[in-house]
Design a protein around this ligand. Structure first.
Ligand SMILES: [Zn+2]
Length: 185
């Protein structure tokens, strides 16, 4: 490399550094402008999945944005429900889209469950590729705040009940690998 090439190489590097710095700055600005970018699905053994989520005190823009983000994640997949903690947002918020029902529940609670139970096969996006056999109530009723700040309830049986129980468990850091029996990939 002669002197001229060496200088060009140095100048090239300086430009690269400036370009990279500008790109990083733009990325950071975009994160502030569009919260949620960079959120990733947590998978076992991420310890956050075993932690209890905290109650939501106020339904604000952040809570609404998390709910919309979770609904967006449901769209292209077979998943029928998600809990905020699966994306590292440790608030008591779940979304379900199942059998024509699309709901957001903030601070949800189980208010009723049938004594009658059944043994079901269950999977979780945070535990990829594994299935577990779990005893679930046939019917459950849950109650929680909607994004409108009003209290809503939902009663579901079979698959809906199973989904609601699964998502509520997430809020308490309970995963199917601890309450179910592993039955294969
Ligand atoms: Zn799950």
């Amino acid at each position: 490399m002669d002197e001229k090439d060496r200088k060009i190489a140095v100048v090239g590097n300086v430009q690269d550094v400036t370009r990279v710095a500008r790109e990083i700055a733009l990325e950071e600005a975009a994160k502030v402008a569009a919260p949620g970018i960079g959120r990733k699905l947590l998978k076992v053994p991420d310890e956050r999945l075993r932690q209890k989520s905290r109650p939501v005190e106020k339904i604000d823009d952040y809570v609404t944005e998390v709910a919309q983000f979770l609904l967006d994640q449901l769209a292209p997949t077979e998943s029928i429900g998600l809990a905020a903690c699966q994306y590292g947002e440790m608030i008591r918020l779940i979304v379900v889209r199942i059998q024509g029902i699309e709901r957001v529940f903030v601070n949800p609670a189980l208010v009723k469950k049938s004594d009658k139970t059944h043994l079901l096969s269950e999977a979780c996006r945070s535990i990829p590729g594994k299935k577990f056999a779990i005893e679930r109530p046939k019917i459950v009723k849950i109650r929680g705040l909607g994004l409108d700040g009003e209290m809503h309830s939902l009663k579901g049986h079979d698959l809906v009940a199973q989904c609601l129980c699964h998502e509520l468990d997430h809020l308490d850091g309970v995963l199917i690998d601890t309450i179910g029996r592993y039955i294969g990939e």
